[in-house]
Design a protein around this ligand. Structure first.
Ligand code: ADP
Ligand code: ASP
Ligand code: MG
Length: 414
């Protein structure tokens, strides 16, 4: 008998029929003698619908109220799921984040889990229930509802798996596993059978939304194996696990993209010590993570400062930057939300020259203009116009042979 957390994403529970299918799947597994904690997302599209509703009420929605709204989607699916189990004659109990007591900090809309009380879950399991926990939500010490950031149900699932000592955390989704790039964008994407936590962290941090990055961080810390697989088949998916010898030789994990990007340029910033801190401190104080930063010198002790922020934080960042720009006597603040970031990632890149130049060349061959570049020893990222995202992903994926049967493991790409 094993103890397993099974998380089902929005498309897996998109309507009552799909929820019934998932109920049957879980009950089959329980019938084999296993104990299961199910973690559910909201029905597909619901969270986006809430975001849209909120934006019609307030330009920058109040974060505390936003969380009250966002948390409601998962409340619907866990209750329906528990009803579905009972309709089949099974035993189930649904729990919201505050009923479990998933305590978080007060960082509304991107709260971090502080503590999870396993008591109630374990008691329900011991009494023979399928325990059905609402993903993505928690509660502060003061009893305010919080959410963990988009895609956060994965994080709920892995965090629960660690506190209850589960053998594995299974992430059921609408694709067969983790691929070399988004299989919905690139038909030649290949499923990866095993991937290390570190490689998965890179892919997730650069946009592969199949797993929330924080879930991978927790899995790595507590050594929880994650199995990403399809809700709609019984096929083996992708195992996200610790590194083993066989994996070390892999050069590239994949190609990722993120459309959750916005570019802000503050022009004619006085080029004096301390201005970067004047601009970026209030942004980070607001909990906004700046990604790429480029500073361009201009004539006359002036500089232009260009950087990217998550598009979801764009309005707030613009408000802050407009204020700071006025304070420091800078010029115009320009911006664009029609950008995307495409990246090639892989630990094996460390030992290979020419990866970046190949990427730049193949993008330019397609007439795609690169607006910003950032590299590290394990990734190359380019900011481009959003409309070229899919073309850029396919171009890079094919240029690096990721769809081929034999991956270019030890070869030099030149
Ligand atoms: P869920 O609702 O089940 O949490 P998500 O939409 O969050 O599902 O994540 C699954 C989606 O992630 C897939 O449908 C796919 O389009 C996208 N995706 C992006 N990059 C990858 C990748 N490298 N491998 C697999 N899927 C990816
Ligand atoms: N429903 C939330 C979202 O759409 C959380 C999740 O699905 O993981 O972001
Ligand atoms: Mg998801």
């Amino acid at each position: 008998m094993s103890l397993v957390v099974q998380k089902f994403g929005g498309t897996s529970v998109a309507d009552p029929e799909k929820i019934k299918n998932v109920v049957d799947r879980v009950l089959r597994f329980v019938g084999q003698g296993h104990q299961v904690v199910v973690v559910l997302s909201a029905m597909a599209g619901e969270t986006n619908r809430f975001v849209d509703l909120a934006s019609r009420m307030q330009k920058i929605p109040d974060p505390r109220e936003m969380d009250v709204l966002l948390a409601s989607g998962e409340q619907v699916t866990v209750s329906l799921f528990a009803m579905g189990v009972k309709a089949r004659g099974g035993k189930a109990g649904s729990l919201l984040g505050d009923q479990v007591r998933i305590t978080t900090d007060a960082g509304h809309t991107k709260a971090r889990i502080r503590e999870i009380d396993p008591g109630r879950i374990m008691a329900l399991l011991a009494a023979g229930n399928v325990v059905v926990v609402a993903g993505f939500q928690g509660v502060t010490e003061n009893g305010d509802l919080t959410t963990l950031g988009r895609g956060g149900s994965d994080t709920t699932a892995v965090a629960l798996a660690s506190v209850i000592g589960a053998d594995v955390c299974e992430i059921f989704t609408d694709v067969d596993g983790v691929f070399t790039t988004d299989p919905n964008v690139c038909a030649s994407a290949k499923k990866i059978d095993r991937i290390t936590y570190d490689e998965m962290l890179e892919l997730a941090s650069l946009g592969a939304k199949v797993l929330d990055i924080r879930s991978v961080g927790i899995a790595k810390k507590y050594g929880i194996p994650i199995h990403v697989r399809s809700t709609f088949t019984d096929n083996d998916g992708t195992w996200v696990v610790r590194e083993d010898g066989e994996m070390e030789s892999r050069m590239v994990s994949g190609v990722t993209y993120s459309k959750n990007e916005a570019r802000i340029t503050v022009s004619r910033v006085p080029d004096t010590p301390g201005v970067a801190s004047r601009i970026f401190t209030p942004i980070s104080d607001a909990g906004i993570v700046v990604d790429m930063i480029i500073q361009n010198a201009r004539a006359g002790d002036m500089t232009d400062m260009t950087f990217t922020v998550p598009r979801t934080d764009y309005d707030r960042a613009m408000e802050i930057v407009a204020e700071v720009a006025a304070d420091i006597g800078a010029g115009k603040v320009g911006s664009s939300t029609n950008i995307a970031k495409v990246s090639i990632v892989g630990v094996g890149m460390r030992n290979h020259a020419g990866v970046a130049s190949t990427a730049f060349r193949v993008l330019s061959d397609e007439g795609i203009n690169i607006r910003m570049i950032s590299t590290s020893e394990i990734k190359v990222s380019c900011v481009i116009e959003e409309k070229y995202t899919e073309l850029a992903v396919r171009t890079l994926h094919d240029a690096f042979g990721l769809g081929d049967e034999a991956q270019p493991v030890e070869e030099d790409w030149g």
